[in-house]
Write a protein that binds this ligand. Structure first.
Ligand code: 13P
Length: 257
């Protein structure tokens, strides 16, 4: 799908001091601004505590800022929660929903993910919706069926190719250094595209970005980012180092293959 501009997103998870964040995004900003042709889009998703700092630093650079989750509720008496309004106020334009770590640690269900994604989209935030199978599920041989169910049940009714990005993150590949084979990634992404066709129609499905996530690093980014139907990456650990994250982004250049 070379007509879709590659989308390189960093999920910092629960990491980053203010000083580290400023150094990291300072570097990324300088590099992105120096890039004559912006052949990829870049997004960073710091923890809530750093969104304001990071968005201020990146203001006008073209690099977008996102959150890692949000509340499906509106402002009010919800101690500890963060609403769409609060995120937009400090400069976030994206939010990651349904990451497997939240599905596991906070027991977020497909229905909750769907509600959160619908609230985000309704309030003009763009959503990266994550899906992925466990090792056990992979071993069962029903990966596609399992992902189709997860995607369909979490899928926001108000989605379009403009406001929704899908991230396929096999749970067994996250932070493990293991990745699926290129053939497996291609098969799964084709399956996701097909499911999207039935959910929002062929035209929007063709335009929707499907990212791969799970142990993406500079050494494997070139191969992964050029697999059919892979439109970018959602990067964890390697997004915490400017040099590595940048090398991954550069590997997305379709003209270099
Ligand atoms: P790693 O890149 O550290 O494997 O994490 C992937 C991930 O979970 C991104 O959301």
């Amino acid at each position: 799908m070379s007509e879709i501009k590659p989308f390189i997103a960093g999920n910092w998870k629960m990491n980053g001091t203010k000083a580290e964040a400023l150094a990291l995004v300072g570097d990324l900003k300088e590099k992105y601004e120096a890039l004559a042709e912006k052949y990829f889009e870049m997004l960073v998703c710091p923890p809530f505590t750093l969104i304001d700092t990071v968005a201020t630093q990146l203001n006008g650079s073209g690099i977008a800022v996102g959150a890692q989750t949000l509340s499906a509720l509106g402002n009010g008496a919800h101690t500890g929660e963060i609403s769409t309004d609060l995120l937009k106020d400090v400069g976030a334009s994206y939010v990651i929903i349904g990451h497997s770590e939240r599905r596991t640690d906070q027991r977020e269900s497909n229905a909750e993910c769907k509600a959160k994604a619908e609230k985000a989209i309704a309030d003009n935030l763009k959503v990266i919706l994550c899906i992925g199978e466990t090792q056990e599920e992979k071993d069962s041989g029903f990966t596609i069926e399992i992902l189709t169910k997860e995607l369909t049940e979490s899928f926001p009714e108000n989605a379009s190719a403009e406001n929704l990005v899908i991230a396929y993150e096999p749970i067994w590949a996250i932070g493990t250094g293991r990745t699926p084979t290129a053939q497996d990634i291609e098969k799964v992404h084709a399956g996701i595209r097909e499911t999207l066709e039935s959910l929002i129609g062929i035209d929007d499905a063709a335009k929707m970005r499907i990212l791969y996530g799970g142990s993406v690093k500079p050494s494997n980014a070139g191969e992964i980012l050029h697999i059919r139907n892979v439109n970018g990456a959602l990067v964890g650990g390697a997004s915490l180092k400017a040099e590595d994250f940048w090398a991954i982004a550069e590997a997305s250049n379709y003209n270099k293959r």
